[in-house]
Design a protein around this ligand. Structure first.
Ligand SMILES: [Zn+2]
Length: 292
């Protein structure tokens, strides 16, 4: 009958016990000691190593002795043998334990990673930490892109759209691109949402930023010399460029690098204290829909 769980043991090592005398037949150095390792198993899978025990057999009279029956010289000889030639357990005695522990370590690792990630990215972990209100401002501006709001178009956005459309990769459906431009003193925020950006190879996407820069510089805007450009893909920010920083890998960009566009880092829920000269979101409405 196979038990579902319990103790099993396996032979670890056989050694001769020197300087011993059999208490039964008085033969000298006749003992062969066998050491076993016990382990707890579950469905025959070793889970936890438990203990080791040794049994000695006299090769002359064949009498066997459990470890607790060892004479003093037998025990001393076993200790000496263990120090020079120890009976080590094979790794598989704890294989079940390792299989159980590995997922636990993976989970702990993930928790630590997410804590570090959130700490380094300044995401508040609790409401007791002050929220950078510029994040709220930026997230709201990005939301405006996807909310499909169509405002009256201002000159910057219109010029930008016309400029970009002329140079854009023909595979991109330019009618679905959304634009938001916003001025704050000498700073200009330019946000684009290009939902089918995946049609452009990731490494080529930074050319979009170059194109936008070229377009904006061509406008010769008065008193505007700092550009904060962010491009949203279908799911996340894919490109960011500011006067001092950039994420141009083309897949994942840290949108919060754009925060310096907004003036102050105030701990407040109010966004009304940020003065912005113009906010415009347009979606190209020139698309002709031929369906009857
Ligand atoms: Zn004997």
């Amino acid at each position: 009958m196979i038990f579902f769980y319990g103790l099993r043991s396996s032979k670890l090592k056989e050694r001769k016990l020197s300087n011993t005398k059999c208490p039964y037949c008085q033969e000298e150095n006749s003992f062969i000691a066998t050491t076993f390792g016990k382990y707890f198993h579950f469905f025959l899978i070793p889970i936890i190593p438990i203990s080791k025990t040794s049994v000695a057999e006299c090769s002359h009279c064949k009498k066997t002795y459990a470890e607790k029956e060892f004479s003093e010289d037998m025990m001393n000889s076993l200790i000496r043998a263990n120090s020079t030639n120890p009976a080590k357990r094979p790794l598989w005695h704890g294989i079940g334990c390792m299989l159980l522990i590995i997922p636990v370590f993976i989970i702990i690792g993930l928790v630590i990673f997410s804590l570090i990630y959130h700490t380094t990215n300044d995401v508040p972990l609790s409401t007791s930490m002050p929220l950078d209100n510029r994040r709220t401002l930026l997230d709201k501006d990005i939301d405006k892109l996807s909310e499909n709001k169509v405002f009256e178009s201002d000159s910057i956005t219109l010029l930008l759209r016309n400029c970009i459309t002329g140079y854009l990769n023909p595979e991109i459906d330019r009618n679905t691109i959304k634009y938001l431009t916003k001025r704050n003193k000498n700073k200009l925020l330019i946000l684009l949402e290009i939902r089918d950006i995946k049609k452009i190879e990731a490494k080529s996407r930074k050319q979009l930023i170059n194109l936008i820069e070229t377009c904006v510089e061509g406008m010769n805007l008065d008193n505007t010399d700092q550009f904060f450009i962010g491009i949203e893909g279908k799911y996340n920010t894919v490109l960011v460029k500011t006067p001092v920083d950039q994420d141009l890998g083309g897949r994942f960009a840290d949108k919060y690098k754009l925060l310096d566009f907004y003036d102050t880092r105030k701990v407040s829920d109010s966004i009304s204290d940020i003065r912005v000269d113009s906010i415009r979101v347009i979606q190209d409405s020139t698309r002709v829909n031929p369906t009857p």
